[in-house]
Design a protein around this ligand. Sequence first.
Ligand code: PGA
Length: 242
Amino acid sequence: MRKVVIAGNWKMHKTQAAAVEFVQQLIPQIEGVPDDRELVLCAPFTSLGSLIDKLQGSRIRVGAQNIHWEKEGAYTGEISGSMLKEIGVRYVVVGHSERRQYFGETDETVNARLKAAQLIGITPILCVGETKQQRDANETEAVITSQVTRALADVNQYNLVIAYEPIWAIGTGDTCAADEANRVIGHIRSLLSNKEVSIQYGGSVKPANVDEIMSQSEIDGALVGGASLEPNSFAALAGYKA
Ligand code: PGA
């Protein structure tokens, strides 16, 4: 069974105090959300511990936004899988386009981070997506095929979520048409050995378009940046109409 996963990616937003206030407001608003939807908040490292404390007994899972591939060592500024696991982190975003673009992430480092997450029992959310230029040059499928196959080399497909995030749709308000996102996600699924992997769409998802996105046959969830930053908005996304 493909699981629905609605995940917020807070990026570099919210202090610890703001994160705690967010969940205090969110919890009463998600009471009616069907139980079979997994709800995840991917927060900055500094807020993970307090979020997990505040969410004891709640259905909301907490995710990180990066993980290093080594168990420990001289890697200034990095965080290991055991550090995340110890405090109760359940998910981690890997290979987000912002990390690829600004921090030198490659398919090879993405592959190593995916393996490190799985080894410690954290579910990675692998992000893939094409640029506007690649889309205009009809390279979308080739780019996605290359990113997915390189990232997933020797990776277990049974503890994995994938997010299709066209780069031109991230933070721009320019959502990919739902049927086109569905088509590309179907292509990603065709590359997998485990057809039950949950595949999300990400890129300007908001309460106004989430119903249409989630009505698509191949789309199993959403990875949401801007619209995940307000509790009302995240609750509306979680409560999309099926
Ligand atoms: P957005 O970001 O929802 O603000 O477009 C999505 C993402 O980067 O994961």
